[in-house]
Structure formats: structure tokens, C-alpha cells
Design a protein around this ligand. Structure first.
Ligand code: GLU
Length: 490
């Protein structure tokens, strides 16, 4: 019988959800779910210096928001609890001691000063620093003595000196590293806590993880982990290393350089589903040309075989495109739910029906945060450049715009039942009577009642939104301004 597929998302709680971390979580979820397996959340907090308050909550919230529901984890428990490494701290030392007994690890009492000096020396010679195995030569008695006297120590893995270590990665194929490149890495730190390098192996084994999915920056450390698995006689998991996500210019995405993390993207007005869809395709491609995928569809389609090795570029324009597709696909009510917080903030004119504005905006919005910049004219009519009346395609000039506005006043005044349909019908009647083109009436009205060159919606929709009184007030202002300008021209 095949083993149940078990993947784990193992973030360190640093408080920032890097796009690459989220993609790792997504792929782990997809690999597990596409094979009816389990997706586990484990918090890797053994590096106490990097801990950030509230960071674990951010992880829970993000997974929830993205629909990446884990089957086991610190908040929901499971058969291998606890799922937080700091709560498992007594688990690791006995394993490290087992390795010492088996000759695969050793105590190291080197002081920080000694190690710093070694590092400095290597740097000066332009060499890569590697621990010089000083403590490997200690006798049993010496070690016992130092332990008895309470000297601080770490436990290091003893790497083979000769030969090479190879492993198979599901994405990168066979990877071989010369053993003399492998440092005797620390397994247990002087504070008694394990390093990431040790804890991840122990926990992955104890938690029955079958597929280890993580960024390709871990490829070169993997032989060290495999030597640990071998030393314990444990089965090595399937490795799925994921390609780097870079910026379109090939450089690294980094928080320090101000690059957007997941939460920044949400604040910038991107939809969770669009982000998930887009990042699913950063390193994986489906068999068909389909681009829009729901999470359920991804579960059906996802296949490790189609993960690519080459770095994927995170392109904001492409994300914007995905976002626009998701906005178009919403029902008007769904869009209104998303748009409402932005509309409520941006539109201070209480007479405006926000739901109607939302309808006008849906086809014209790519990112929710653009909404405020599209609706300001509804609050007040500001001074505007009269040249926006002049539109080549609409065949409007200042003169015929003035004529149209003047003719529109009595017609608009006569409308009793103010709604889009009546406004539309009456204005088109007037167009016929005047024997002009639609645009020659509608463009000047739209311009007069908005004062903007580009608006969501035309004269009819905006007049309906503003109401009769405000529409007429703005049309009169337009007439006045045009008259003044034309009088000045004579
Ligand atoms: N805690 C590691 C990180 O956040 C996890 C790496 C792994 O998945 O093994 O980078």
C-alpha cells in the first residue's frame, strides 16, 4: 500500500509573508490535496532572535484567508502535537546524543572568540569559512571533564571527508555535492535548542512527512539532511525544491528593498483569489493554456512533474491582469461588497447611491485601490480646463457645446421621474430635434456635470447619480464658464 502523502508548511514566524513563502504553502497544500493527503502546519521558532510578536497569528490568518486549510497544526492539534518547535525542545537532544554514540556527531566546546578568529582568518585569505574540527580530536575523558565542569557546548554533525553525496530532487533531478564541501554543522546550539538544520529532519521524520517542499535555496543543504536520515536509518522523503521567485529584472524580492509581501498586496487592493491564482503559476504550468484557476481547479490539475526549475518573475502587471479578470467575473453584488469600503471613504456626498457607482466601476477597475481616484467628481465640481469640451471624435467645440448645454436645460428641467431611462429618452429626443450626433449633446453634458476628462459612465448614468438639482446646477455652471470664455474670445 502506498503511504499517505503528508506535506508540511514550516514557516519561521518572522512577521512578513513573502510571496515565495506563500507559494511554498500553496504548493504543499496542492501536492497533499491532489493526492488525498494531509497538509500540516509546523511553526519553526528555534531561532529565538528572529521571533516577532504576533507573527504566528499572521500565519494562521493568511492560510485561512487563502483557503489553505491545514489538517494538523498548533491551533487545531493532531496526532503529532505539539506542532511548535519551541514546545518540542526536549525532543531533539536525545537524537543528537544517539548520533554521538553512533559516531555521526560530536561535542564542540570552542569559544565564540576562537570561532570568530577562525572566520576572520578565512576571510582574510579569501576562503570560505568552515569549522576546523578542533573538538573532534578531544578524548572521552576530556569531553567528560568539560561536561562535568559545565562548559557550554554545541553538538556538531560529523561529515564524511571523502566521496560525495547525491540525491534525487523531484524538480532539479540528481544533485551531487562533494562531501568535503559540507561543514560540520551545528545540530544543538549552546542554549540547548536545535538548529533549523537538525529540527527539520527530526520533525519531518517524526511527523511522517513524505514530501519536503521548499525553496531551492535549501538544495545545497539537503545532502547534510540525508546524511542524518541515513545515520538514523530513516526513510528519506521526496524532495521538491521550488524555483526562486525574482523581480522582472532578475533581482531578488526582499522586504528590505520595500518589495510587497502578501499583506502589502492585499492593502494595495489585490484580491486573495487573484494572488493565489497568479502565484500558482509562478513555477508551475498546467497542461492546457488555461490561466484562470480556482483553488479547487488547482487541486485537480496540480502535478509535481510540471514544476519548473528556472526562476519565475513576479510581474505586477500580470498580477494586475489577473486581478481585473477576477473583478470582471464577480456578480455586481460581490463587487459591491469589495468596493463598498473604498466607496464609503471616497464619496462624501450622501445623495449618491453607492451601489449604482459600484455598477459603473466594475468593468473599469483593475485594482480596488484605484476606486477613490475615479469618483471624486461626485463630491464636488472643481474648476476645470474648458478644452475638455473639445473632442475630435465627438465633433464638439466650445461653441456647439454651449448650444447643447443651453438646449439641454429645459429638457432636463421637464423630467419629473428622474432615472436613467427617462434621462436617456429625453436627451435622445433632443438629439433628434437638433439634428446632431449623440456625442454632440452627451459629451458636453458629461463634461459639464463632472469637470473631468475621463469618468466611469457617461452623461446619462452620472446625471442619474447626481440627481436633477445637482445636474442642473452643474450644467448652469458649464454654460456660464463657456459663455465667459467665448465672450473673451471675441
Ligand atoms: N523554517 C524554514 C523557513 O521558514 C522552512 C524551510 C523548510 O520548509 O524546510 O524558511
Amino acid at each position: 500500500m502506498q503511504r499517505e502523502v503528508r506535506t508540511r508548511y514550516a514557516p519561521s514566524p518572522t512577521g512578513y509573508m513573502h510571496i515565495g513563502n506563500l507559494r511554498t504553502a500553496l504548493y504543499e497544500y496542492l501536492i497533499a490535496k491532489s493526492q488525498n493527503g494531509k497538509f500540516i502546519l509546523r511553526i519553526e521558532d528555534t531561532d529565538q532572535e528572529r521571533l516577532v510578536e504576533g507573527a504566528v497569528d499572521i500565519i494562521y490568518k493568511t492560510l485561512k484567508l487563502c483557503g489553505l486549510q491545514h489538517d494538523e497544526g498548533p491551533d487545531i492539534g493532531g496526532p503529532y502535537a505539539p506542532y511548535v518547535q519551541s514546545e518540542r525542545k526536549d525532543t531533539y537532544l536525545p537524537y543528537a546524543k544517539e548520533l554521538i554514540e553512533k559516531g555521526h556527531a560530536y561535542y564542540c566546546f570552542c569559544s565564540k572568540e576562537r570561532l570568530d578568529a577562525l572566520r576572520k582568518e578565512a576571510e582574510e585569505k579569501g576562503q570560505t569559512y568552515m569549522y576546523d574540527r578542533h573538538c573532534l580530536g578531544l578524548s572521552k575523558e576530556e569531553i567528560e571533564e568539560k561536561l562535568k565542569s559545565g562548559q557550554p557546548y554545541v553538538i556538531r554533525q560529523k561529515m564524511p571527508r571523502e566521496g560525495s553525496t547525491s540525491f534525487e530532487d523531484a524538480v532539479y533531478g540528481t544533485i551531487t555535492i562533494e562531501n568535503n564541501m559540507l561543514e560540520d554543522q551545528i545540530l544543538i546550539k549552546s542554549d540547548g535548542l536545535p538548529t533549523y538544520n537538525f529540527a527539520n529532519v527530526i520533525d519531518d521524520h517524526l511527523m511522517g512527512i513524505t514530501h519536503v517542499v521548499r525553496g531551492s535555496e535549501y538544495l545545497s543543504s539537503t545532502p547534510k539532511y540525508n546524511l542524518l536520515y541515513d545515520a538514523f536509518g530513516w526513510e528519506i522523503p521526496v524532495y521538491v525544491h521550488l524555483p526562486l521567485i525574482v523581480k522582472p529584472d532578475g533581482s531578488k524580492i526582499s522586504k528590505r528593498k520595500g518589495d510587497a509581501g502578501f499583506h502589502d498586496l492585499i492593502e494595495m487592493g489585490y484580491l486573495v483569489k487573484a494572488i493565489i491564482n497568479y502565484i500558482a503559476l509562478l513555477g508551475w504550468s498546467p497542461e492546457s493554456n488555461q490561466e484562470i484557476f480556482s483553488l479547487e481547479e488547482l487541486v485537480k490539475e496540480f502535478n509535481i512533474k510540471h514544476i519548473s526549475k528556472s526562476p519565475s518573475a513576479f510581474d505586477m502587471d500580470k498580477l494586475r491582469w489577473f486581478n481585473a479578470q477576477y473583478i470582471r467575473a464577480m456578480t455586481p453584488d460581490e463587487f459591491y461588497e469589495h468596493a463598498r469600503p473604498y466607496l464609503e471613504k471616497a464619496i462624501t456626498n450622501k445623495n449618491i447611491d453607492l451601489k449604482k457607482v459600484s455598477k459603473l466601476l466594475q468593468a473599469r477597475t483593475e485594482v480596488l485601490t484605484e476606486i477613490p481616484s475615479k469618483v471624486g467628481f461626485l463630491n464636488e465640481l472643481t474648476d476645470y480646463d474648458l478644452n475638455i469640451y473639445v473632442h475630435k471624435k465627438m465633433k464638439t467645440t466650445l461653441e456647439n457645446s454651449l448650444e447643447s448645454l443651453k438646449a439641454a436645460v429645459p429638457v432636463l428641467e421637464s423630467i419629473e421621474d428622474w432615472n436613467e431611462e427617462t434621462i436617456h429618452n429625453k436627451l435622445l429626443e433632443l438629439v433628434n430635434q437638433m439634428g446632431i450626433k449623440n456625442g454632440q449633446l452627451l459629451w458636453p453634458i458629461r463634461t459639464a456635470i463632472t469637470g473631468w476628462e475621463v469618468t466611469p459612465g457617461g452623461a446619462v448614468e452620472i446625471a442619474d447619480l447626481l440627481g436633477k438639482e445637482e445636474t442642473l446646477r452643474r450644467v448652469h455652471i458649464g454654460i456660464e464658464r463657456l459663455e465667459k470664455a467665448l465672450a473673451g474670445n471675441c
